[in-house]
Design a protein around this ligand. Structure first.
Ligand SMILES: [Zn+2]
Length: 241
């Protein structure tokens, strides 16, 4: 895998002529993750996944990251920087046109933020492009990896800033976790649907900005989740070949 933004125009041209036709795109968000996790974690995890997945993909480029996502439902908390649906839609329209003009054939989108899934699903159902596009909006791997063979319930795993995400952050980006602030009493109950949260904002239901309890998060669990997550992508991308 070669990093697009570290190459010259001539080098990119030569690589494309040599059969480099796939681009990986990390897509994240900048949004509050409670008092213990940094605002960019969804972006950092998308980048980390792209780097680890990209190693196994021959003749591929890593594109610069889209660091912002759809985080309206977090905008009552400081630190959230969100793009509107319209802005993200225009951004993808323009990026896809550019990739087509460069002669690329396929685009793999690795998404680190749950709130981006409804966009990806709707957008690519309608979008006409010559690119073959992979994204996991149907499968939602970042949530699916929670359900690996552990004895933990969904409520223990949590959704946003909970045990699952915080453990993974401790494994992939330990400096981004304030371990002294992990001690919440805030169990995830599934009383409110994701759609309720997306429509009405998180603060209405979860005043502290997280869904779940990160207090027992640890690196070993984080590694197990992360390995599960990468294995979903690697299997899917290899099956597609
Ligand atoms: Zn997150």
């Amino acid at each position: 895998m070669r990093k697009w933004h570290e190459l010259t125009s001539v080098e990119i041209d030569e690589l494309i002529q040599a059969g480099f036709e796939t681009a990986l795109l990390p897509f994240g968000s900048i949004e509050q993750h409670g008092k213990h996790l940094c605002v960019s974690y969804d972006t950092l995890i998308a980048e980390r996944l792209c780097e680890d997945i990209g190693i196994t993909l021959e003749k591929s480029f890593l594109l610069p990251t889209i660091p912002f996502g759809l985080s309206d439902h977090h905008d009552e908390f400081k630190g959230t920087l969100t793009f509107s649906y319209k802005t993200i839609e225009s951004l993808f329209d323009d990026l896809i046109t550019s990739l087509e003009k460069n002669g690329l054939k396929s685009l793999i989108i690795i998404n680190g933020h749950g709130g981006n899934y409804p966009f990806l699903k709707k957008y690519f159902e309608q979008k006409k492009t010559t690119l073959k596009v992979f994204h996991d909006a149907e499968e939602q791997y970042i949530f699916k990896a929670q359900l690996m063979d552990s004895n933990l319930t969904r409520s223990e795993l949590g959704l946003h800033g909970g045990l699952y995400e915080t453990s993974m952050a401790l494994y992939t980006h330990p400096k981004m976790v304030r371990t002294e602030f992990m001690n919440y009493q805030n169990k995830y109950t599934e009383m409110h649907s994701i759609q309720d949260i997306l429509s009405n904002g998180l603060k209405k239901y979860y005043a502290e900005g997280i869904i779940g309890e990160p207090k027992n998060s640890n690196i070993e669990l984080g590694k197990a989740f992360y390995d599960y997550l990468t294995s979903f992508y690697l299997k899917e991308l290899h099956d597609q070949k």
